[in-house]
Each structure stands twice: as C-alpha cells, then as structure tokens.
Design a protein around this ligand. Structure first.
Ligand code: SF4
Length: 298
C-alpha cells in the first residue's frame, strides 16, 4: 500500500502491523504539531483497507497486533470502526489486539455502549495526546481538551475494558515551568494510571505555529537540560504499578526506557548522568529547520 503522509506510531508498537484507515488528522490544530498539517483529513475507502488486509494475508502475514493509523481515526463512525475490526479478525484470526491513537474529544463523542462494543471487537490500547498537566498550556497549544475532560474520557475507556496510554512532551510548558508541569502530570497519572507513557520531548519544526509563538516571544522555549530535569522529576514522582515509560530526547541522543517502579532507580541514574554532562555545556534547543522534511511526531 502506498502510504500517504508520515508514519507515526509509538515505538513501543513497532512490531504491530500498521494498517492505515484514514489520512491525516481530523483535528490538526495543535500548535506544536506539523505531522499532518500538509494533508486534508479523509477516511480511506473500506475496499482499500480490505485490499491491504488481503495483500498481507496472501503474503502469509499473521500479525498478533495491529495498529490503526493515521492521526485520529478513532473519531470515525463507530459502525465503520467495528467493520474494520471485524475484517481484521477475519483475515488475522490470531490477532490479539488492535491499538490506535485517540483524542479525548473523540472518546467523549462515543456512548458507553459503543466503547464496550469496540473493546469486545478487539480494540485495546488507546494512545491519548495528554501532552501537559497544565490547563493554560493545553489551551495555549490548542489541545482540544482540558484536564477534567481527559480524566472523564480515560475513566470511560477504562470502564469499557480498554487500556489508557499517554503521549506527553517534556518542554511543552516552556522555559522555567518544566518542574511545575512534571508535578501536575504526576498527579494526573497517579490518578488515571496509564499503562504506557511515551515522552517525545518537544522537538519543534520551524513550520509549527508554536515556533511562530517563539519568534513573537509569546512562548519562551525550554532547553534540553530543562527537559531532562523535567523528565527526571516526573519519573521520580510517578507512582503507578507496572507502568512502562519510554522517553525520547533525540537532540541529546538519549532514550529512557523502563517499567515503573522496578526500573525507577536505574532510569533516574541514567538521567542524572546526562544532566551532569549537559549542565556545563552550551544550551541546546530542539528545533527542526524549516527546510527539513522531518516532521515532529506527536
Ligand atoms: S497532535 Fe495529534 S491531534 Fe494534535 S494536530 Fe497533531 S495529530 Fe492532530
């Protein structure tokens, strides 16, 4: 299948079969994200989705995990999503779970019965772009939810038997506010209990609207040292049993990965070694030049 746009899925899902069911993002307004800004959102025809399943099946594909892309395909009509899930279990009877990204708003637009039907049809991990624990930052970056809405949506998918996973970005709260953000995120996660937290530390493309906010001084970016300190504070405060954390600080070539609480000490020590290394160095900021084709992945 010819893939349109950027393949974006949590690295933890790398062994899942990636099945596009839509192109682009239906929301597309978050100011830090350039992933789908060049695309107009549309659903892929069901015939095209089925043809891809047939193609992989004919090649002997037998995935046990499928990841549905792109952007926010969870927002599609529930009947259509159920049809896709049914086709997946038809072609891949050994598939144990189907996972995907979802927005808080799209979850809230579905009824409890719909959420339960989706879970029964095989939908399991939903990755939500939580991004920040601070209300003013959610609003400033044009996320389409506030903290209370996020908590409500998470409680509803969990009671339907689905699993909450979170995307966050250290650095999203800007210079001088990383620790405050980490503290509030820890409060949020200790209550909502995600299974996985993926931290794509802010890596801002110069075409992103948030970069314009930097140029106009409405947003002062945090440097990589601050982002490492923020990640450290968050990991230190997280108190969720058996939670996987996967953090990417690409600009300083660091990935912090582990299961909490058992790996906490090891993760903190690794972060400390990078914090010590960058404490006395010139400040580093994670920007992608406008000329680059690499897009920021939420
Ligand atoms: S962060 Fe997610 S919801 Fe926001 S514009 Fe990007 S893909 Fe869409």
């Amino acid at each position: 299948m010819n893939y349109e746009g950027q393949i974006c899925r949590p690295p933890i899902e790398k062994s899942s079969f990636m099945l596009p069911v839509a192109v682009g993002c239906a929301y597309n307004l978050c100011t830090f994200c350039t992933l789908f800004k060049h695309l107009t959102y549309r659903l892929l025809p069901l015939e095209q989705v089925e043809a891809e399943l047939q193609r992989v099946h004919a090649l002997g594909g037998n995935p046990t995990q499928v990841f549905l892309g792109d952007g926010n395909a969870f927002g599609m009509d529930t009947e259509r999503l159920l049809t896709i899930l049914k086709k997946i279990s038809h072609y891949f009877p050994n598939c144990k779970m189907v996972n995907m990204d979802a927005t808080v708003t799209d979850i809230l637009s579905k009824t409890d019965d719909e959420l339960q039907a989706l879970q029964k049809a095989g939908l399991r991990h939903l990755y939500l772009g939580i991004e920040s624990g601070l209300e003013d930052i959610l609003s400033f970056t044009k996320k389409d939810h506030d903290i209370a809405q996020a908590e409500h949506a998470i409680a509803r998918i969990q009671s339907a038997g689905m699993i909450f996973d979170a995307h966050i970005m250290t650095g999203i709260s800007g210079a001088g506010r990383g620790i405050e953000n980490a503290e509030q995120l820890a409060v949020f996660f200790n209550r909502t209990k995600p299974k996985r937290v993926i931290n794509f530390s802010l890596f801002l493309h110069e075409k992103a609207p948030l970069y314009q906010d930097i140029l106009s001084k409405r947003f002062i970016p945090a440097n990589e040292l601050e982002n490492l300190l923020e990640a450290r504070k968050l990991i230190e405060l997280l108190d969720v049993d058996n939670m996987q954390y996967d953090g990417f600080h690409d600009q300083v070539e660091l990935r912090i990965w582990g299961t909490l609480p058992k790996d906490k000490q090891k993760m903190l020590e690794r972060l400390d070694s990078y914090i010590d290394k960058y404490r006395d160095q010139e400040l580093i900021y994670s920007f992608v030049p406008a000329s680059s084709q690499s897009y920021y992945c939420k």
